[in-house]
Design a protein around this ligand. Structure first.
Ligand code: ADP
Ligand code: GLC
Length: 485
């Protein structure tokens, strides 16, 4: 039976992306629609979304829809847009006062309000479309008030009588914590007793916590992360709430959209390759080194990184480890990322200190991200925590050996290579410290020199299958269990 699903997200590929949330939202829409489900996703109509060339229509009965948040009145309008290459249409919530800003996310004092508006808009659109979703799927703190609202302010509407809510944690490091003064806006008329009282007494409201308290099902993006966030080390203060609901918490590993991320079809590459054409990969690497101004040398590996430059990703370790490694070992490094200023400064300086060996692009570029995946020999993800991580799975398909810390989705998607048996797909290290990451990088560089073992390792990785075709089925099963009358 086709399911009716309302999904709300702050990001979605290819329209608006800061990180993996976008890839996952895009995949949910694409693969659920392809499986015959009626999924309607609501996304802010950010001014950065390039609309020319998209198939899009204004929704006539969703123009200038009033919505009140606290004492403030807003109006939004809706445009429906086809997801390129899919039958699916999504809904862009246009409200220039909220979404015409320089970036998807801001530090503005009304940041939480921008996503409260998105969440209200999703409910109001369902109402005006007469769409009775069986599943209301929220993602991260931005949309975490929806399960509570489903049980309170929108409860009067019979349309939602059978709607069950799913709250997916993509990253528990972002919780949407606001001052208690914002309570009126968050509750929108619902009773104050619905809020987490202890936090309220401390003067705060944690939006993500309310999603965890009120959603019918909680999911996160890997089985390991589902376990980790129930501990004080990884739960970031929400571990108690998660432990209390552990029976309702499911870890579903993210998938890969191999139509986008496969060197056999990658539209950013001039030549394509599979496991039997590693010569093509070697050629692309030479071309890429020349483009970046990096010096080529016989058997000198290229180490790549594509990442938000956030503490989560393990950059503190690299600040400690990379200068020494560059001084003592022979490799090139290509880094693409943007984020926290101290890490941007670190890589800028590293590039200056190692001309011809280190390349750093401070910014965001899909094209460069695909090239780094394709041309690198090794891909580095020393994350402190990693709910799932996508680039290590992309890397495997591109024959680019991932070096990862054994945490979250990294632990669930990469197996440490055993030279004796020839099994495994990457290099793993356990401890979050400089010694461990230096060992892992050094070990990988050594392995690279052993041609036979290296080829085996590369080909093991390329044979892995993390397709969304399979993972989407896990969501469907979970939705179906919830939707049972
Ligand atoms: P996270 O969501 O924590 O950032 P993921 O590994 O799940 O981590 O997903 C990151 C996604 O964002 C990948 O698709 C990666 O290629 C992309 N990405 C991150 N930074 C950049 C950048 N500077 N330019 C292009 N793509 C980027
Ligand atoms: C987050 C996580 C990342 C995950 C992505 C998509 O931003 O940091 O590990 O892959 O969301 O679920």
């Amino acid at each position: 039976m086709p399911l009716k699903i309302c999904c709300i997200s702050a990001e979605m590929t290819p329209f608006a992306k800061a990180g993996g949330l976008a890839d996952v939202s895009g995949a949910l829409v694409k693969y659920l629609r392809a499986a015959g489900h009626d999924i309607r996703l609501f996304l802010p109509g950010y001014s950065s979304i390039k609309r020319e060339g998209l198939e899009r229509y204004p929704v006539e009965f969703l123009q200038d829809v009033p919505v009140r948040i606290g004492a403030l009145d807003y109006k939004f309008s809706v445009e429906t847009v086809r997801l390129p290459g899919s039958q699916a249409f999504i809904y862009l919530i246009d409200c220039p006062a909220m979404y015409a800003r320089p970036a998807l996310y801001t530090q503005d004092p009304d940041e939480y309000r921008r996503f409260l508006l998105l969440t209200h808009a999703a409910f109001l659109c369902c109402q005006r479309m007469g769409f009775a979703p069986q599943i209301l799927h929220c993602n991260d703190w931005h949309t975490a008030m929806a399960p509570l609202w489903l049980r309170s302010i929108y409860r009067w509407d019979a349309l939602f009588a059978r709607t069950r809510s799913v709250m997916t944690i993509h990253n528990i490091g972002y919780q949407g914590v606001v001052g208690a003064v914002a309570g009126g806006e968050l509750l929108a008329g619902a009773g104050i007793e619905l809020l987490h009282q202890e936090e309220l007494r401390a003067g705060r409201i944690n939006m993500l916590r309310h999603g965890l308290l009120y959603a019918d099902l909680l999911t996160t993006v890997s089985p390991s992360y589902a376990r980790e966030i129930q501990t004080a080390e990884y739960g970031m203060g929400l571990e108690d709430t998660l432990r209390a609901r552990s029976d309702s918490l499911l870890g579903i590993l993210n998938g890969v959209d191999y139509e986008e991320w496969d060197p056999r079809v990658d539209r950013y590459l001039p030549r394509h390759f599979g496991a039997a054409q590693l010569g093509v990969k070697a050629g692309l690497k030479q071309e890429f080194l020349a483009r970046l101004g990096l010096a080529a040398a016989e058997r000198r590996p290229l180490v790549g990184m594509v990442s938000r430059l956030a503490t989560q990703k393990g950059f503190d370790l690299l600040i400690d480890a990379l200068p020494e490694l560059l001084a003592t070992r022979d490799f090139n490094l290509a880094v693409l990322g943007t984020g926290e200023p101290q890490y941007e400064a670190f890589f800028t300086q590293l590039e200056q200190q190692h001309p011809g060996r280190v390349y750093f692009k401070c910014g965001y570029s899909d094209e460069l991200a695909h090239w780094i995946e394709a041309a690198s020999d090794l891909f580095l993800m020393p994350s402190h925590y990693e709910p799932c991580g996508l680039n290590q799975m992309y890397s495997l398909r591109y024959g680019t050996v991932p070096i990862v810390r054994r945490t979250g989705g990294l632990a669930d998607s990469v197996q440490h290579f055993d030279v004796a048996t020839g099994t495994g797909t990457g290099i793993l290290f356990n401890d979050y410290n400089e010694v461990a990451v230096s060992w892992a990088i050094g070990y990988a560089l050594d392995l690279y020199q052993q041609k036979g073992a290296w080829r085996r390792l590369v080909q093991n990785g390329m044979a892995q299958d993390f397709s969304w075709n399979r993972q989407i089925q896990r969501y469907v099963e979970a939705y179906e269990r919830l939707a049972q009358p």
